[in-house]
Every structure is written in structure tokens, then in C-alpha cells.
Design a protein around this ligand. Structure first.
Ligand code: BGC
Length: 348
């Protein structure tokens, strides 16, 4: 258990990085800047600890981060069309930071602030932040808590809690980029992925707002119900893949009758044998194959390139606040938003 300096932000704030460790020696590092994950160290099939998360060495890297590496996204992950939403009859204008749309809440989202550390133990850290009424345009003062737990069975649990004093959008996610062959190892295209999603939400065009339809993945490049490599269909001659420049779509997670919390994804890197199983209680996941990672310096001298990491951003569907066909992400004043997403590591 140790807290170290992660540098000083451009606003002059002291920023720290905290190490979580379980009894097996697996480590996760988290910074209070953006409540971002900095590294995830797990053994490969030979027992060598491998960092499977893309990230930066210090706060300056995270401040210049245009890819949201490892950060918590709030209050809304993904896109809201025309950067507008209507809640309880009032229309709110949000920050337009992605063409005419709002992406990941705006240019000054929760990924850009220093969070407070509420609790820190060997394998747990709880961070909190406040988002003021009309911040990024969203109604209501909101209190948020994100808790990371590195369990003894090598699972990284992410618990999200939020409450607000007005009806508002609550749809937080984490933007971790994984590379199960190691963050510095190059492309993720030969890594395998299974997504328990027999449907996805197609988008209108390359600006990536869903049409509102929920369509089957079967017979399309979006079908990951049986594991295949990420690279297999990534450059397929397919309109949807073309719009995303690869995979950058919301998958509708299959649930049992009770809608129970369950495994939704399994990823595997043949070169290291590292397996990651992902679980959530949320209805969707944005599977993003890192198509817009521009060449840049990452941690420990690594140079990251396009498609060097993949994201599984659990969420309510993109633009759900405006789309009656999608489950609503509106949190009622006084209610508590509470969700959990977990990533479990092992080897095969
Ligand atoms: C979006 C991508 C975007 C990326 C980084 C993902 O969640 O779906 O379109 O490029 O975040 O901003």
C-alpha cells in the first residue's frame, strides 16, 4: 500500500498515484486525476507480471490525454445527439465537443478533475467528486463515488455510485484501454474476443449516433458471440464497420430472464496466455478497438499506435436520454445510481 507523487497538474494541484495489491502480488495503480487507472499488473502463463493497461507516467500525460486512457467518464459516457437533452420538460444544452454532439460529457468532464480519496486500503480505493448544477450543461448537483477493489481472485471491481438533487443523466463508465499482450506490445488485432451480445445498436453515420434500432449481430462483422480475433472482420467491407473506422459500437448485452449480473465478455492474448473476463449489471458495452489512438508516447517509453488497445466501456446505450427505444439513463432526484463492472484476469 503506497501513495506516491504523480506530479503537479497545470492548475497547481498535487496529484498522487496509489497502488493496490492483493495477496497474490497482482497490482493495480490508480491516480486521483480523473480517478484514472494507470496500470494493471497480472502474470502471464510463465508467471511474468505484465502490464495490460495503456497509460502515462505522470499527471501531465493524463492532462494531455485525448483518448481518455483509463479515466472515469461522467456523468455521461458516450454520445448525446446535438448536445441536447430534455428531462422533465426542460431542454438542457450540453457542451458540444464532438462535431455537434456531446462526447463523454464534454471537454471538462470528470476525467479532467482531481478526485478526493475517501478510503484507501491494501486492495481498495474509494474516490469521490462533486459535479455542480449545469456543469457541462447537466442539471443538478451530483455526488459521485467510484471504488476500485482488487480482489484476492484477481478481479478488478469498479463500483459506481451517484446521487443528485435534480433529475439528471447518470451513466458513468471507465475508459480503460487493454492490451493483454502487454501495453507496449503493439497491435491488439490478433487478440481474441467473445462478446455475449446477439444485438447491437447501428449508427447513422461516422458521427456515431445510433439510429435507435436494435439489430442482430448474426451474419455481420459485429458477431462476437463465438470468440474471434479482433482483427478478423475489422476492415470488412461493411457500412457499420466503415463508420467506426473499425469497431466503435454499442453492443446490447444478452441477459437471462432476471437480467442478472453476468459474464459479458472474454478476451485472450495467445502470446501471453492472459485472459480477461468482464462482468457488468449494465445493459450495454461500447466495444472500441482503439481506431483513433494517434501515435504517442505512453508509459515507460512505450509508443502507442492506432489499435494498440481495446475498450469495453459498460454503459446505458449511446444517446439513450433522447431515444425512447433505449433504457433511460435518467436518475431521479434523491435516488441512488449504483452499478458495478468487473474485469477478472487469469491465464490459459
Ligand atoms: C468512442 C470513440 C472515441 C473514443 C475516445 C470511445 O468511447 O466511442 O468514438 O474516439 O471514445 O474518445
Amino acid at each position: 500500500m503506497y501513495q506516491e507523487s504523480f506530479g503537479t497538474s497545470s492548475r497547481g494541484e498535487a496529484v498522487s498515484v496509489y497502488t493496490l495489491e492483493n495477496k497474490g502480488g497482482r497490482q493495480v495503480r490508480v491516480t486521483d486525476y480523473g480517478a484514472a487507472l494507470v496500470s494493471i499488473l497480472v502474470p502471464d502463463r510463465d508467471g511474468t507480471l505484465t502490464d495490460v493497461l495503456l497509460g502515462y507516467d505522470n499527471v501531465t500525460g493524463y492532462e494531455n490525454n485525448t483518448c481518455y486512457f483509463g479515466a472515469v467518464i461522467g456523468r455521461n459516457g458516450n454520445r448525446i445527439a446535438n448536445a441536447q437533452c430534455t428531462i422533465g420538460g426542460t431542454t438542457y444544452q450540453l457542451d458540444r465537443n464532438d462535431n455537434e454532439n456531446n462526447l463523454h460529457s464534454g471537454s471538462k468532464g470528470m476525467d479532467t478533475i482531481v478526485w478526493k480519496v475517501k478510503e484507501y486500503t491494501d486492495n481498495t480505493i474509494a474516490l469521490t467528486c462533486k459535479s455542480a448544477d449545469k456543469e457541462q450543461g447537466f442539471p443538478g448537483n451530483m455526488d459521485v463515488q467510484v471504488t476500485y477493489v482488487l480482489t484476492q481472485d484477481d478481479t478488478l471491481e469498479i463500483h459506481y455510485e451517484a446521487a443528485a438533487d435534480k433529475d439528471t443523466v447518470a451513466n458513468l463508465t471507465n475508459h480503460a484501454y487493454f492490451n493483454l499482450a502487454g501495453h507496449a506490445s503493439g497491435s491488439i488485432l490478433d487478440q481474441e474476443l467473445m462478446l455475449r451480445a446477439s444485438h447491437f445498436t447501428p449508427v447513422i453515420d461516422s458521427k456515431a449516433i445510433p439510429t435507435g434500432e436494435i439489430v442482430p449481430t448474426a451474419g455481420t462483422p459485429m458477431d462476437f458471440t463465438t470468440a474471434k480475433t479482433i482483427g478478423c472482420d475489422i476492415d470488412a467491407d461493411d457500412t457499420q464497420v466503415g463508420y467506426g473506422g473499425g469497431f466503435d459500437h454499442n453492443f446490447v448485452l444478452d441477459k437471462d430472464e432476471k437480467g442478472a449480473f453476468e459474464l459479458f465478455a472474454e478476451a485472450y492474448a495467445p502470446s501471453t496466455g492472459i485472459v480477461m473476463k468482464a462482468y457488468t449489471d449494465l445493459p450495454g458495452v461500447q466495444f472500441y478497438s482503439g481506431n483513433f489512438i494517434t501515435e504517442q508516447d505512453g508509459k515507460q517509453g512505450a509508443v502507442y499506435q492506432k489499435r494498440q488497445g481495446f475498450c469495453l466501456e459498460t454503459q446505458y446505450f449511446p444517446n439513450a436520454v433522447n431515444e425512447p427505444n433505449f433504457e433511460s439513463p435518467v436518475l431521479k432526484a434523491g435516488d441512488t445510481y449504483k452499478t458495478k463492472t468487473s474485469y477478472q484476469f487469469g491465464v490459459r
